[in-house]
Ligand binder design. Structure first.
Ligand SMILES: C[S@@+](CC[C@H](N)C(=O)[O-])C[C@H]1O[C@@H](n2cnc3c(N)ncnc32)[C@H](O)[C@@H]1O
Length: 237
């Protein structure tokens, strides 16, 4: 029997990738965050990647580098990293509206001027970015889709790895973190078989210990996975 959750939702057109995320809106958004969606988001929104190529230089002309966080959730990590590197342009993509609203609160409270947001699918953004434009990518605690029949919904797929490799500069870094054992294996296998990435780890502590610059989020603290977090730091060849 077909599982209804396996059927492609009607929002997925022929050119859209299979949905890799859950809800796009849940509880009511608090008035203050709703106001930020109306006022701050239009000022820092990344143009719709389905309408054409995105030029990061046009978003922050003197940025030293461009970093991307895929699925920034509530935005704590994105804001924390952006505060440490005001010279870097941070792109964040997240389809969950409540997450984007929460991120806007963090950006506003910390007065951060170097972040641009897409409330939508990061894969469309990656495809619209110029070759070799990204110096750092974060994929942190992505939706695990633990059931085998849902693995095709996982964000890390061979075609996404190829597009990331295209959009990243040689020597650029990618951090993948998860607390699901099977997703750690799955992701490492796909990054390494692409032959576009090297894994920097030399000993177990290199993937077991949180990197010095890591910012823990409320989602991570829920510890929903089946192992302690694993941090895979990869380098674009
Ligand atoms: C489990 S949450 C983790 C959030 C955050 N990274 C953290 O560690 O707190 C995964 C997030 O990835 C988002 N996501 C899933 N697929 C995505 C995609 N294709 N593009 C952007 N975000 C995506 C989901 O909406 C969800 O908010």
């Amino acid at each position: 029997m077909t599982d209804p959750s396996d059927q492609t939702p009607s929002t997925e057109g022929a050119h859209r990738p299979l949905r890799s995320y859950g809800r796009i809106k849940s509880r009511t958004i608090k008035p203050a965050q709703g106001a930020l969606l109306d006022t701050l988001l239009p000022r820092i929104a990344i143009p719709d990647p389905e309408l054409g190529p995105i030029n990061p230089q046009a978003l922050m002309p003197h940025a030293a580098e461009v970093w991307l966080e895929i699925g920034f959730g509530g935005g704590e990590h994105l804001a924390g990293q952006a505060a440490k590197r005001p010279d870097v342009l941070f792109l964040g993509a997240e389809p969950f509206l409540n997450g984007a609203a929460s991120a806007l609160r963090h950006l506003s409270e910390r007065n951060l001027a170097n972040v641009r947001l897409l409330v939508g699918d990061a894969r469309l953004l990656i495809n619209a970015l110029p070759k070799a434009s990204l110096s750092q990518v974060f994929i942190l605690f992505p939706d695990p889709w633990p059931k085998a029949r849902h693995h095709k919904r996982r964000l890390v797929q061979d075609d996404v790895v190829q597009e990331l490799a295209r959009a990243m500069r040689p020597g650029g870094r990618l951090r993948f973190a998860t607390d699901w054992a099977d997703y750690a294996d799955w992701a490492l296998e796909r990054f390494l078989r692409s032959e576009a990435f090297d894994w920097t780890a030399h000993c177990a502590d290199d993937w077991r210990r949180a990197p010095d610059d890591h910012v823990t989020t409320r989602y991570q603290e829920k510890k929903l996975g089946d192992i302690a977090p694993v941090y895979l730091d990869l380098v674009r060849r």
